[in-house]
Design a protein around this ligand. Structure first.
Ligand code: NZQ
Ligand code: ZN
Length: 394
């Protein structure tokens, strides 16, 4: 029987006309604002100026933290936490993609705590109990960080990239204006789209009893990304394509599709190791690994995985030919996904294309399996399984 609680109180403003509410919303949380952003894309696009104009209308005092890296570093979290304490910050406003928003979530926590922020990512797992309010202006459709409680932080010194989620980190308000994603490059659009697909698949492929309603919702999400990602890559200012990708990215990971599911995610922990060692773009890593994870779990436990792979092939890629066996259909569905990633999204087909070799595979596989030594995902994955998936992805 399916049981779950669902409560995501993030307020969403969607569309260009809603941006005018930004100043008022930020001001409702306090006077002193930490504005966080990345390597400068928001200055090039003019968004930075528009944000400052909104904040000026309410005489807000603005402190800035810029240069938050993709795969955001623990050092930026520390720096942001210190700035908040020094300037008595009331509210954090993150303007950017998932990296800026993730980093800002733990800045909000660091502002209210005396522990070193990396402690939250160590095996002792202290809880975040308090955080400053966070508002976001999203500029890239991918991670869903704008409406989820999670954040992934990288420690390059220890080759670790670790995600944690706490309800205190959920953004209070997020501004989703598809026009702010018009300037996202074709590559980042593709990688972000692969990320949305992966978030959906992590929930879709499950041994839990599924709700038919949620399965059809996820199949719709997948078809939406498959339809609109190539369009957004070809024509950056295609509003319909950008809007569909943006709202799909939010709903793929805001908890809705997980209703009642108990299994852990599989491909994400496997990918986070690749990003941690090689600092690659998250969505690109997922696109390379996902088809190989699929083939591995199908081969390892056909009895429990085949029906869902057949459903995936039929409902997402329309592979319904009566002449195909179930196994052939399942494999054709996996091939179709890989072809979409490589041909339509123009993403690299293998780890070796990113100059990655086998050097760290053993350590990565062991770490991906976590302290328990196993990922309890669609099927259980042990370090030897994960190593085989890396090897197949080379
Ligand atoms: O830094 P700037 O100059 O802003 O440039 C960024 C960055 O170089 C650029 N960009 C963003 N918006 C743009 C733009 N360029 C032009 N026009 C715009 N409108 O894109 C580059 C990548 O940005 P980033 O924020 O790193 O991308 P993304 O949104 O894909 O975030 C990836 C991070 O989120 C984590 C990933 O692991 C990775 O660290 N994730 C977070 C999750 C969550 N919070 O729930 C879940 C995900 O699975 C994921 O793990
Ligand atoms: Zn992801």
């Amino acid at each position: 029987m399916i049981n779950f609680e669902y409560h995501v109180p993030t307020k969403i403003y969607f569309g260009p006309d809603e941006f005018s509410h930004l100043g008022k919303e930020v001001a409702s949380y306090g006077k002193r604002v930490l504005l966080t952003y990345g390597g400068g894309s928001i200055k090039k696009t003019g968004l930075y100026k528009k944000v400052l104009e909104q904040l000026a209308q309410f005489d807000l005092q603005v402190t800035e933290l810029s240069d938050i890296d993709p795969n955001p570093r623990i050092e930026s979290v520390r720096e942001g936490g210190e700035l908040c304490k020094k300037h008595n910050i009331d509210v954090v406003l993150a303007v950017g993609g998932g990296s800026v928003i993730d980093c800002s979530k733990f800045i909000c926590a660091a502002a209210c705590s005396d522990i070193d922020p990396w402690e939250w990512f160590t095996p002792t797992r202290p809880k975040v109990t308090k955080a400053l309010p966070l508002l976001t202006v999203l500029t890239l459709a991918a991670t869903g960080s704008e409406m989820d409680a999670g954040a992934v932080i990288t420690n390059l010194a220890t080759n670790e990239k670790i995600g944690r989620a706490f309800p205190q980190l959920l953004p209070k308000v997020s501004f989703l204006d598809p026009t702010n994603t018009f300037t996202v490059s074709p590559f980042q659009t593709a990688a972000g789209s692969a990320d949305i697909i992966s978030h959906t698949l992590e929930a879709y492929f499950s041994q839990d009893k599924d709700l038919f309603f949620l399965d059809t919702f996820m199949e719709g999400l997948l078809r939406t990304v498959i339809k609109f990602a190539p369009r957004a890559m070809n024509k950056g200012d295609d509003y319909e394509a950008r809007a569909n990708l943006m709202w799909a990215s939010t709903w793929a990971i805001n908890g809705f599709v997980n209703g009642g599911k108990t299994q852990a995610w599989s491909v994400h922990p496997i990918e986070h190791e690749v990003s941690a060692y090689y600092d690659i773009t998250h969505g690109l890593g997922l696109a390379i690994l996902t088809p190989h994870w699929m083939r591995h779990v199908l081969a390892k436990d056909q009895e429990h995985t085949l029906p869902k792979f057949v459903q995936f092939a039929e409902q997402v890629f329309g592979i319904t030919s009566q002449e195909l066996s179930d196994l052939d259909k399942a494999l054709a569905g996996i091939d179709a996904l890989q072809t979409f990633f490589v041909n339509d999204l123009q993403l690299a087909p293998s780890l070796s294309k990113l100059a990655i070799d086998t050097t760290h595979f053993d350590a990565m596989a062991k770490h991906a399996a976590g302290q328990a030594g196993v990922i309890h995902g669609f099927i259980d994955l042990y370090p030897e399984d994960i190593r085989e998936i890396y090897q197949a992805s080379l």
